[in-house]
Design a protein. Structure first.
Length: 457
């Protein structure tokens, strides 16, 4: 195709999209001034438009992609599955991919999470965990435990139930009248520590606030839902893992479930397969290597679980909770379903993703990559407009001082000119790249981000 023909393709597709597609998380009018990108194809860390441009996917396409676009191994698994079974309902039926995936997740997840319940997206996983928790208490003779708490600035999805435990004003305010708002407790976000206060001391101070809340309200509380280690939508707020340990202890003590929403942070993103593994064994701040983490009552996974290929989410739960639903009567069962529950193609993509983890020693390779990026990032970290530099596993974030009220939009547009896909949250720029990123691509990411910040500050 000639350049001109492909440019025409680009603008045609954009015009058709703006006329027929209502894009998510968007004020559609802004697309008058800011670009919409038409993606023609993807390969590895790169997305290509219909013209001559390419973009380094530094946010893993909204935090889902782990091993690159059009990964040959996941593609091969999906082709094979496509000619075997594309879908069958999961009520009354079962199939190899969903069984294998459930067994393998049970083997690698924090100990005791023996049962997998499936849905198609993260918000549905949140809904399931909330409903299952309250229904457990009802089945256990405590029907008053129907309330939930979450962390300040937490994000657990945007359906009505998930929004009730989501504390992001932009997403919630317009729908406030539709939801039963739940209480929040202080976030251990280490940026909020007092002057001179360490991250672990601040996390423990927040855990004390959690304890006071539980003391007062536990009789009515079903569960506490948290994003372990990193609050993604809050702007990659990171906190000390000692908080997870204390939250687990307190929830057990006060008979309140702990829901770990690892939709974004699971699947290796924080440096361990699951963020919950990093909770220190003792109630002290010294994390010794090899210490075991915590087991939540519910573990929600989605996003990276299929390597970024297909919509799939899963809620894993403990045997004791599962048993409370096991009965002759239908009403005690967990009555929840989605048309595509346990879709075989999505499960197969997830199995291929787990194979790559197992065969390529991904977590160890990521540690080397993270060390490299931290080393070359000095020009960013020390930039006069940058503050709050932080890193957990394969997530990096920092704040940029800038006069521009529309910083995020401008930064997004400037990044595209630099062949980067960045999507700042407010004044926070973050990197959450696919795990296949190489050193040359990390060099490029850092160099060009410095260039963008110079233009904006
Ligand atoms: C993305 C996300 C969700 C919601 O997942 P969707 O698939 O977008 O519905 C929930 N919790 C966390 C922590 C997330 O990052």
């Amino acid at each position: 195709m000639s350049d001109q023909a492909s440019q025409t393709d680009n603008s045609n597709l954009i015009a058709r999209s703006l006329s027929a597609v209502w894009h998510p998380c968007s004020q559609m009018k802004r697309y008058e001034n800011y670009p919409l990108i038409s993606v023609a194809r993807g390969s590895g860390i790169w997305l290509y438009d219909h013209g001559k441009k390419r973009y380094l996917d530094a946010v893993s396409s909204w935090w889902v992609n782990l091993f690159g676009h059009c990964n040959p191994r996941i593609n091969a698994a999906l082709r094979d599955q496509l000619d075997t079974l594309e879908h069958a309902m999961l009520a009354g039926f079962t199939h190899e991919p969903v069984v294998q995936l459930s067994e393998r997740l049970r083997d690698i997840a924090p100990q005791g999470l023996g049962h997998c319940f499936y849905a198609s997206d993260g918000a549905s996983a949140t809904e399931i965990a909330l409903k299952m928790s309250a229904h457990f208490w009802r089945n256990s003779g405590k029907p008053d435990k129907v309330q939930f708490i979450s962390l300040e600035n937490g994000y657990h999805g945007e359906t009505l139930g998930a929004l009730s435990v989501t504390d992001v004003a932009l997403f919630r305010d317009a729908y406030g009248a539709l939801i039963r708002q739940q209480d929040t407790v202080p976030s251990p976000d280490s940026r909020q520590a007092a002057e001179g206060e360490s991250a672990d001391a601040y996390a423990l101070r927040c855990a004390d606030a959690l304890e006071r809340h539980l003391q007062r309200h536990h009789a009515l509380l079903a569960a506490f839902i948290i994003e372990p280690l990193v609050q993604g939508a809050a702007g990659m707020a990171m906190y000390h893992p000692v908080y997870l340990r204390r939250a687990r202890q307190l929830c057990t003590e006060y008979d309140v479930h702990l829901i770990a929403d690892e939709i974004a942070v699971g699947m290796g993103r924080t440096g361990t397969m699951f963020a919950c593994e990093q909770a220190p064994a003792q109630h002290d701040a010294n994390i010794k290597h090899g210490d075991k983490g915590i087991t939540p009552d519910f573990l929600c996974l989605s996003k990276g679980i299929t390597g970024g290929y297909l919509p799939l989410s899963v809620v894993m739960t403990r045997d004791e909770i599962y048993r409370a639903f096991y009965d002759d009567g239908m009403a005690r069962g967990f009555l929840h379903s989605h048309s595509y529950t346990g879709n075989p193609l999505a499960c197969r993509a997830a199995l291929a993703t787990l194979d790559i983890f197992a065969q390529e020693n991904v977590l160890a390779a990521n540690r080397v990559k993270a060390t490299y990026l931290n080393r070359i990032a000095a020009p960013l970290r020390e930039h006069h407009s940058v503050s709050g530099w932080r890193n957990t596993g394969m997530i990096w974030a920092f704040e940029v001082r800038s006069q521009h009220a529309d910083f995020a939009q401008r930064c997004f547009a400037l990044a595209l000119e630099q062949e980067l896909l960045l999507r700042p949250i407010g004044n926070t720029i973050y990197f959450m790249p696919p795990y296949i990123i190489n050193e040359a691509e990390m060099d490029m990411l850092v160099d060009r981000t410095v260039h963008i910040i110079n233009q904006l500050s």
